[in-house]
Design a protein around this ligand. Structure first.
Ligand SMILES: NC(=[NH2+])NCCC[C@H](N)C(=O)O
Length: 294
């Protein structure tokens, strides 16, 4: 039933636009890498247990379903060729940070992934993003840099160095806000927080230092707060286009909360890729074109 404005309850917890179902999706351009060489052969985060093994065919099937979900939502997906011997290359988010048509290249914290950085930089240069900055400091791309409308949130504590936050800010000319991660299960910012559009976010407070939690409360008084159960299935490793939220299916509490706030959850099964510590967002690098001034 649609309420006429006069009939709306005086103190509804949600903004009027949400009650009218006005969340608007914006089409995106994503870069992905098919996990043909996916494996868990080393351990650089607490999710990775080489002894437990991983099923490459299952990972590919889950990844194909993720790609199909993006395409069905009207997004564009480009592909970078996977490289043998780089089992984590499927996690395209770590390959760079692309904003306003320019790319800030990655520099991985662990030697096992180092060769991914030049591969992603070369792809970007050959595919419409000639402006790729070679970073002087360790950073794992969109794993630790999340772009909002007016600022970039940047994680540190496990992988990306604060010096890289400053380097990205100087290069891109966008304010970069440093957030300190403290729980090793949430070693990248994109495992603990995702942008919702409209300069709002969803996050799990327990992943952040007290000071960073206070920063988040101050910046995002209307944020969606996730609990530990949803965080522990990597429910925060989600991709929102402003309306649809592609999210791990097991994050049932967060899925219900998102729906209540007017978002359209699109659950996906990423259980095989989670054995490496990844979810939908990790598999997805957003390619943001140059903004043409209005
Ligand atoms: N954007 C992400 N959170 N990527 C997940 C990367 C997973 C990979 N095994 C690593 O530890 O580096």
């Amino acid at each position: 039933m649609t309420l006429s404005p006069a009939m709306e309850p005086a103190s509804s917890p949600l903004p009027r636009s949400v009650r009218r179902g006005a969340r608007v999706a914006r089409p995106r351009h994503f870069l992905m890498c098919r996990p043909e060489h996916f494996a868990v052969t080393y351990s650089i985060n607490p999710w990775m247990d080489p002894a437990a093994g991983a099923d490459t065919a299952r990972a590919v099937a889950q990844w194909e379903a993720l790609r199909a979900a993006y395409l069905s939502l009207g997004h564009r997906v480009s592909l970078i060729d996977p490289i043998e011997g780089l089992p984590d290359m499927v996690f395209a988010a770590n390959g760079a940070l692309v904003a306003d048509g320019r790319a800030y290249g990655a520099r991985f914290a662990h030697p096992q992934r180092a060769a991914e950085a030049p591969a992603y930089a070369a792809w970007l240069r050959a595919n419409g993003f000639p402006d790729v900055r070679e970073p002087a400091h360790t950073n794992e791309g969109e794993g630790d840099f999340l772009v909002l409308d007016r600022l970039i949130l940047a994680g540190t504590g496990f992988r990306t160095e604060v010096a890289a936050h400053q380097e990205a800010q100087e290069y891109l000319g966008v304010p970069v806000v440093t957030l300190r991660l403290v729980d090793p299960r949430f070693y990248h910012l994109d495992t603990a927080l995702f942008p919702l559009g409209d300069d709002n976010v969803a996050y799990y407070p327990g992943a952040f230092s007290p000071g960073s939690r206070a920063v988040l409360e101050r910046l995002f008084p209307d944020a969606i707060i996730a609990d530990e159960r949803d965080a522990a299935v990597l429910g925060l490793n989600a991709v929102c286009d402003g309306r649809n939220v592609v999210i791990n299916a097991e994050a049932t509490g967060l899925i219900a909360t998102l729906r209540r706030h007017g978002y359209e959850p699109v659950p996906v099964d990423m259980s095989e890729l989670r054995k490496s510590g990844g979810g939908p967002k990790c598999c997805t690098l957003e390619l943001r074109p140059r903004q043409v001034p209005a």
